[in-house]
Design a protein around this ligand. Sequence first.
Ligand code: DP6
Length: 361
Amino acid sequence: MATGSINYQLSSLSSTQQSVAWRSPSNIAIVKYWGKHGIQLPRNPSVSFTLDAAHTDTKVSFTEKIEKDGEVSIDFYFEGAPNEAFANKIIAFLQSLHIEFSFLLDYDFKIESSNSFPHSSGIASSASAMSALALCFCSIEKILTGWPTDASDFLNKASHIARLGSGSAARSVFPEVAIWGTHSDIEDSTDLQAIPFDSQLHKSFKRFHDDILIVSAEEKSVSSRAGHSLMEVNPYATVRYEQANKNMMATLEALKTGDILSFGKILEEEAMTLHALMMCSDPSYVLMKAGTLAVVEKVRAFREETSLPLYFTLDAGPNVHLLYPDEVEDQIWPFIERELVPHCVDGKVIRDRVGSGPRLI
Ligand code: DP6
């Protein structure tokens, strides 16, 4: 595991400090996590690129309580202002973690969080937000108890805690590529946390682009949580989970060998399957917008015409992620800007790429 830089960062934590802050990125799944059971356990394995530009900064300050009242005590500020709705979610989440973090009831915490992307952009912030929060609380544990001394123990726990907050957040803790979910052919893979893949990533993917087109900034009509639970009664669920297991091995092989063609094929198949599953849920729902489909069609036509490696994927929402290698940026970006950006709300696009993981700030 590439823990060098985290090792270095953790050694800068001192036992006297009373606050800690992390910048943690979002991630984009290549093979999607869709369907869960138990306490945040995935129905199938997933693999993602860790991003860079789309991230959350979270600072947690802590002071020892004078009177221990058996409650989790938190003040939460989002983008500089108190935010009760988020605070309640975070209190409930932290309340569930008192076994993992024995110090939780002994301190007053102040949490200040902000995103690099506008809250209203329709970009899912749970992966970056929950991973940043998990990293902060794991750092506080290290400050207060000295554990863990090992960077990989630290990241494993952070991924585990992030998963309890939001499944996809488990993957944001690792640089470049992360795998989450048990697969019989992937060593060390587990449903409990993500594992890194970085040492084997082919150089063609190291600086891969992900331009995120904001096609709609409206709130989703069906949340991811509700979407996951509809998979429990989806008639195609079993076939889907088999497909995801198969796509995992093909994706990992493509990421190792630099096979961009196979990678792109799976990337788009996964996006279309995810949305097809939503459409054939009971009740059925559609999260794509007209602009989403217009972009998808234009990307496919562009590829047909130019043979350039431009591929799309979608999360559980209408916005389109456009993935392509760094070497062809000069040929691809002018097309995106001219033909696809006009489909975005106020021309909004987040130009992101594969990133090196979270860092202490
Ligand atoms: C479609 O991680 O947002 O983006 O665990 O309920 O918080 P919860 O769900 P969430 O689901 C993400 C689903 C996805 C695919 C993926 O990122 O793998």
